[in-house]
Design a protein around this ligand. Sequence first.
Ligand code: HEM
Length: 470
Amino acid sequence: MATTMASRHAIPGPRSLPLLSWRGGMLKLYQRPFSFLRDLHATYGDVVTLAQGTSTYVCAFGPDLNFQVLSNPQLFQAGGDVSVTKFRQDTAFGKLMSQNLMQMDGEKHRQHRRLMQPAFHRQQIAAYHQDMMSLTQQLLESWREQTQINVHREMQDLTLRIAVKTLFGVYDEEELQHVGTLLRDMTRSMLLTMALPYDIPGTPYHRVLRLSEELTAFMRATIARKRAHNEEADVLSALIHAHDEEGATLSDDELIGHAFALFVAGHETTANALSWILLLLSQHPQVCAELLEELDGALQGSVPTLEQLSQLSLLDGVIKESLRLFPPAAIGIRIASEACDLGGYALPKGTNVVYSEFLTHRLPELYTNPDHFLPKRWASLTRSPYEYLPFSAGRHMCIGLSFATQEMKVVLAMLLQRYRLEPVPNAKISTQLSMRPVPGIPMHVFPQDRSFKRVPVRGTIHQLVELPKA
Ligand code: HEM
């Protein structure tokens, strides 16, 4: 690929620290991700290396570069995550980790995505509405006796139960609990396996290998049952029956990998998004009052139909604005499959290109008062997929976008009509690169009495959003 005159310049970025090199930048990205990304952009511009003189990790900031990176999947590839190739492919865990859309590129990705797409069509997602409502109803019932909850934990439990039921079609409560626990243990232990992927008793990797075998056996039995009974009301059933014009279908290993990946991609992201929405609403009493008015007017206390959900414009704005400020995927990575030019700089083959949803969403030229929570801006604002990208853009754009949006709307419409949540005064609320609220969001639960007021909170949340005075 041709390089330009400008590409002869070295990529700007912080000085490389002895021994650490780009790892120094990576460390900062984990320690203080949001201020670090903003500092890099303000100091060095749109194309920045994590350490001068290296191009292992290069950040590409802003909508033009988002477009260049995300609309050219042949050049900037999503697959080949080094962390996944570390795992032995002949284990149940290795297979689980490699059979998913995010690890695929080119023709294979296109084919699998086309097979999976029907399970996520609007009409198909409508079939999951009843499950989303009844599981939300169950959770809200359980709050009747509670005065204080950790909102993040509650949202994790709810999105986990919704995922297990709608993805795998598990209806028996005991089985739902068992599979939910298995999946949760797996995803938690998985995070710790990257550092030490050796099968030594007592290590997280050893545990993950055992859990993967159990999970795979469960999924194999579920697939066999579904094939025999032709059950069709869940995502896994839709994937089992999926076929293209040439008659190609997904193998059992592929089905298992995709189903697991759907769970991992959809459960924590939606839980984080819902948690931040509830916190932001609690900090903006005026928005909360107006949202309740909208819900009262449209629903009058009833559970929402899909038709009604599509007409709640402020609820839509609240979700969009929260995802702008707290995108559950704050950054994404692609790998240059060959030497190329990006934003006037030469990148060698193999460069990891980091783009940032978070940073794009804070650009003042795209969003006035970018650090303020202003849901009504969405009544008149339209942004291209490369200017507003909480679900990413291009070929790997989130396949679960409509699923997640419907789930968030159902949960919020039902929850807010019934309860008012108020943070525990001065609770410390922070976050990290994963956009998970740390250590959680402790809140008091009141019946919905419309007495909205802002209760102050502490923590690094104040670096992420300008909150109104109490
Ligand atoms: C608020 C919730 C969610 C957010 C913010 C979100 C965000 C994202 C983002 C940013 C990507 C692109 C990753 C990349 O390009 O590297 C993605 C991909 C994906 N998401 Fe979501 N997601 C959410 C919910 C869900 C749900 C509920 C599901 C499934 C039920 C799901 C399944 C997937 C899958 C399978 C991919 C990979 C698509 C591909 O590579 O072709 N997501 N998501």
